[in-house]
Ligand binder design. Sequence first.
Ligand SMILES: NC(=O)c1ccc[n+]([C@@H]2O[C@H](COP(=O)([O-])OP(=O)(O)OC[C@H]3O[C@@H](n4cnc5c(N)ncnc54)[C@H](O)[C@@H]3O)[C@@H](O)[C@H]2O)c1
Length: 255
Amino acid sequence: MGRLEGKAALITGAASGIGQATAQLMAKEGATVYLSDIREIEGEKAAQDIASEDGNANFLPLDVTQETAWEKAVEAIMEDTGHLDILVNNAGIPGAGVRIEDMELETWRHCTTICLDGVFLGVKHGIRAMRKGDGGSIINISSIAGKIGIPTSGNYCAAKGGVKLLTKTAALECANKEPRVRINSIHPGFIDTDLLAGAIQHRGPWFREFIEYNVPMAELGTARDIAEGIVYLASDAAKFVTGSELVIDGGYLAR
Ligand SMILES: NC(=O)c1ccc[n+]([C@@H]2O[C@H](COP(=O)([O-])OP(=O)(O)OC[C@H]3O[C@@H](n4cnc5c(N)ncnc54)[C@H](O)[C@@H]3O)[C@@H](O)[C@H]2O)c1
């Protein structure tokens, strides 16, 4: 019996990286998984790969910045299964790589719209859907950048810090209402995905050296390392956990 047997899960930004690894692990743990992304070809393929290994996986196109797209995606899942038990607000893009004094408002908004507004919309529609069933678990992917400042990532840090406190507020609003919805944030450190590869390429090789020198475990994390934390928070093993911050960072924030 898997840890998520019988549960329906929606994961945003699931065409690659942490979202894809989470979908793979959740399917192995018995969940019916709905992968979503703006990259439809890659997302469809990720769902097919899971299905080809006997996982229960489907793809739904979803741009997290569009409220009507959220309504459609949640409605499709409710029609399909009658319940939504897990939502992982994972879709995101990297920071600007530009100092605040040089940052265009458009650059600021591009990141905060996807990384913060997108999570707000997910939490809103996730709670509404979960209340129609037996409640559920929402996991918001923040970052170590939601707990500390990082030069040239002002838009990303502001968005991820916003996700941290949006999570706590939503958790408090839901804590003593039945059916219960638990809401937690995860704070990954430097994880080996396309997003980090892009940030290293944009900033230059010094950034990789900075990471390897400053992460106490002296290596990048894997998408699976984060997926394991997400599955724990999604599972009934975490039934008393809400409003918390799970840091998975190889010791980076412990320094
Ligand atoms: N990789 C890291 O080091 C790291 C560290 C901390 C936090 N995170 C966070 O983890 C999450 C996943 O990132 P990843 O590292 O797996 O990167 P990734 O680039 O592999 O995955 C991000 C996914 O989000 C999708 N996406 C982007 N904009 C979208 C939108 N508007 N609507 C729907 N989907 C959209 C992309 O298409 C992509 O598939 C992000 O929120 C990121 O900020 C990553």
